[in-house]
Write a protein that binds this ligand. Structure first.
Ligand code: PMP
Length: 466
């Protein structure tokens, strides 16, 4: 039945959304025409819109809802903590049990840091951006404290994503986050994206490509002067940049360069942390030994905002020394270690332990990777299917042999995403035509099949359209 001509285009909630809300990452002009998709509730790996339509979330929201979209234990943990102590801060040495317990649990579960040593201390923030901004300020403070005030430059990577605040947004290597924002600020540099499929030379092996990438990093450090370069930021797998897995030997070679020039390594585990890559940490999957590790998202299964920065003993010693010289370490958020999200994070980590997270993501991840490749690898529109553990991507190409991309103005990725929605899958198609696959970690094998079948039917529909 077609609606009458004078029927309002949007229901009341949608009209009010258009009227009052400024959405993140949105083309605000186009949005006035399309209006919002209003999500009403969640259940397991699915969310439901306000018309009752159900969607499997193929990216766990924004790579974060690891335990899905309903969990009584997490709700109870938040409620119990709210009743006991709804807020207290941690400035000047004040503390509370959720902050203490969560700090201990994170250090106990952390991967090895630089020099094969355990991480030493945890600092809390509210988002991935804040965690990375905090890491940058820790590094600057540390180098001031130990008497190397010139060693401050930060190196990120093209297509890397570390957040959108001024410093983390500068470390991010995506044009859309820089253009018209006057970013990056001075002192931030970027090296190439290590995507072998996308940027490897004809006939170049992964190992040779990794050597070239590490050489580019070393050349940059030498050009800038090693005494001025403080740290290198890297996601174990670049997530928002298109799910880019490091080529074989990449982090081994990169870490050798960093060590030679005394440049710190920050592992941004905001997406990779807590099982995404098939091990507990991406740093374990790719044998990274970071000086600093940032995490967020799956730390609380996204039920409440919380992020963390773990630092090595070496960093801690420098910061402790500097705080004494300065009178205090003048950094921290009102909500650093807020008891309610901390209580939810504690319960989340307990659930991960009970699920035997590394085992779960290794076996379920193996199923996901196989199922993705079985459906998509030979598809005429698909260039590369990649991933490991519970993270992957399907990248479309106009020509499978030359790997030529589609003309961006055709917006085929956005169309695939819209068709996915029609087939009951909430998709995230990034940077043109790369569909991320990063469902809740608790997705079952039959739900993986259902999700991939929906994405496949949507791709067939797209193929028929073009
Ligand atoms: N780092 C990485 C690797 C991320 O993927 C993100 C967000 N997608 C961030 C940092 C920023 O996190 P937030 O949006 O919570 O600030």
């Amino acid at each position: 039945m077609t609606p009458p001509d004078d029927a309002p285009r949007f229901n009341s909630a949608a009209a009010r959304d258009i009227e009052y809300a400024l959405h993140p990452y949105t083309n605000h002009k186009a949005f006035r025409e399309t209006g919002p998709l209003i999500i009403d509730h969640g259940e397991g790996v699915r969310v439901f819109d306000d018309a009752g339509r159900s969607y499997i979330e193929s990216v766990a929201g924004l790579w974060c809802a690891s335990l899905g979209f309903a969990n009584q234990r997490l709700a109870d943990a938040a409620y119990a903590q709210m009743k006991k102590l709804p807020f207290y801060h941690a400035f000047g040495g004040r503390s509370h049990d959720p902050l203490i317990d969560l700090s201990e649990m994170l250090i106990q579960r952390a991967p090895l840091s630089a020099g094969d040593r355990p991480f030493s201390k945890v600092f809390f923030a509210n988002s991935g951006s804040e965690a990375n901004d905090s890491a940058i300020k820790m590094i600057w403070f540390y180098n001031n404290a130990i008497g190397r005030p010139a060693k401050k430059k930060i190196i990120g990577r093209i297509r890397g994503y570390h957040g959108i605040t001024v410093a983390s947004g500068s470390a991010t290597g995506q044009p859309v986050n820089h253009k018209m924002f006057d970013l990056p600020i001075a002192g931030f540099h970027h090296v190439s994206c290590p995507h072998h499929y996308g940027y490897g030379l004809p006939g170049e092996s992964e190992e040779d490509f990794a050597t070239r990438m590490a050489q580019e990093l070393e050349d940059l450090i030498l050009r800038e002067g090693p005494d001025t370069v403080a740290a290198f930021f890297a996601e174990p797998i670049q997530g928002a940049g298109g799910v880019i897995l490091p080529p074989a030997t990449y982090f081994e070679k990169v870490q050798a360069v960093l060590k030679r020039h005394d440049v710190l390594l920050v592992a941004d585990e905001v997406i990779c942390g807590f099982g995404r890559t098939g091990r507990y940490w991406g740093s374990q999957t790719f044998e990274m030994r970071p000086d600093i590790l940032t995490c967020a998202k799956q730390l609380s299964s996204a039920f409440l905002p919380i992020s963390a920065v773990m630092i090595s003993e070496q960093l801690y010693q420098g910061i402790a020394q500097g705080s004494d010289a300065a009178g205090t370490w003048g950094h921290g958020f009102t909500y650093s270690g807020h008891p309610v999200p901390a209580a939810v994070a504690i319960e989340t980590l307990k659930i991960y332990d009970e699920l035997d997270l590394p085992n779960l993501v290794a076996t379920r991840g193996a199923y996901l990777q196989k199922a993705m490749r079985a459906r998509f690898a030979d598809h005429p529109l698909v260039g590369e299917v990649r991933g490991t553990g519970m993270i992957g991507a399907i990248e479309l190409v106009a020509d499978k042999t030359t790997r030529a991309k589609f003309d961006a103005t055709r917006k085929l990725g956005a169309r695939w995403q819209a068709l996915g929605q029609e087939h009951g899958v909430m998709m995230r198609v990034m940077l043109g035509e790369i569909a991320a696959v990063s469902p809740p970690l608790v997705i079952s094998e039959s739900e993986i099949d259902e999700m991939l079948d929906g994405m496949h039917r949507a791709l067939e529909a797209l193929g028929a359209e073009i």
